[in-house]
Design a protein around this ligand. Sequence first.
Ligand SMILES: NC(=O)c1ccc[n+]([C@@H]2O[C@H](COP(=O)([O-])OP(=O)(O)OC[C@H]3O[C@@H](n4cnc5c(N)ncnc54)[C@H](O)[C@@H]3O)[C@@H](O)[C@H]2O)c1
Length: 434
Amino acid sequence: MSTIVAQSRRSLVGSSRDAGSDDLVIVGGLGHVGLPIGLAFANAGLQVVLYDTSEQKAAVVRQGRMPFVEHGAEPILKAVLNKTLRLSASADSISRARLVMIAVGTPVDEYLNPKLRSILEVFTQINAHLRPEQTIIIRSTVYPGTCRQILNFLSADGHAWHVAYCPERIVQGYAIKELPELPQLVAGLSEKALKDAVELFGRVAPKVIPVSVEEAELAKLFANAWRYIQFAVSNQLFMIAQGFGVDFNRLRQVLMDGYGRAATLPMAGFAAGPCLLKDTLQLAAFNNNNFLLGHAAMMVNEGLPNFLVEDLRRRRDLSRTTVGILGMAFKADVDDIRDSLSYKLGKILRFHGAKVLYSDEFANDPTFISTERLLASSDVVIVGVPHSAYQQLVVSEGVEVVDLWGVIRRPKQNHAEHHLAEHPREASETLLRR
Ligand SMILES: NC(=O)c1ccc[n+]([C@@H]2O[C@H](COP(=O)([O-])OP(=O)(O)OC[C@H]3O[C@@H](n4cnc5c(N)ncnc54)[C@H](O)[C@@H]3O)[C@@H](O)[C@H]2O)c1
């Protein structure tokens, strides 16, 4: 650590003004992970500060509005804002809290390798504002071994630091519902770190499970790789069934009917977003690229848009076809388009000469058109993501619909083909699972 940083930290440590006046500061506090959890802790009565570099999001949140879709969050935001919850654009706020949570993004690079340095760079930026008395809780998903690297980085100044790792396993968009329902894995690299993290999550989680940091790091990556592989299984089976002229949704229902061992077979569909592929590849990189199942899942899931286009090309001249993609978010009922496969689908269609139209119920983009206009202007409609609202749509017979989820109704509906549309409860459970 540089002399300047060390001096600046000493002055903070010695300053009573800074000592623990807030319970928790969240670095990356306006992100998809940081903001909902900040709301949950503020709602539980803690004094919470959300520190974030995004002025754009801060401007929205200061008005009591969520900057992205998070079901059930806005009423809580309005209730706690400027009471137990404050926003800060200044890293000074970090030094004033007893607990520091790190919830910044941990991306992979353009060649899909983990960017190991990105979280360490955040620590370099905030280092001067951290105090050894604080417990630093890593919430971001990390490459295995990162938490110990962070501890080593901090300990270079000769102090004993307290680092905990408490991975987020919540499905995006449903943190407010899932936080009080899901057990929380909690790990600490010191007794104090573990104790503080157990105490913190005990306020919002129904059960806290103490584990080692290594167990927590692997458990988080395994959880996402497991989901990603499960989706790949369904997608591969979908492609096999399609090639054989068999409706996958019908087959899936038959398979699951009274047969518990098949009960967890997901629907086919795009497995996308900023976490599942990234975390599967982090695990692969960690295991010296020896993760055949993970890589196979990537080939299947990332290949699904190509499969759909090839299937379409067998029936149509795409250069004379307008294709509407219904749903551009990466999953149902959220507005997050990060790493959405709908965009990849659009690119492949355009490459083959199709005119492509986009719409979404939640995400905003100046290039999107309304759902009504898309349905009226397209020869083919492909459902990219099964937003609940699409269960109400009726698409006329003249338009070909490619609907892996089985959410769209046709005027003359056949029970076997559209089981899900007739069983909205099952459909909505499936949407939640994704
Ligand atoms: N999104 C999910 O559902 C989810 C689920 C589980 C785990 N995770 C993991 O959680 C982490 C965060 O993901 P996310 O989706 O919330 O990302 P995000 O991009 O939505 O949020 C990150 C936030 O950090 C802020 N930020 C970036 N650098 C900063 C800095 N130096 N100082 C202060 N603020 C800074 C950004 O402005 C942004 O608001 C990642 O590691 C991700 O893998 C995400």
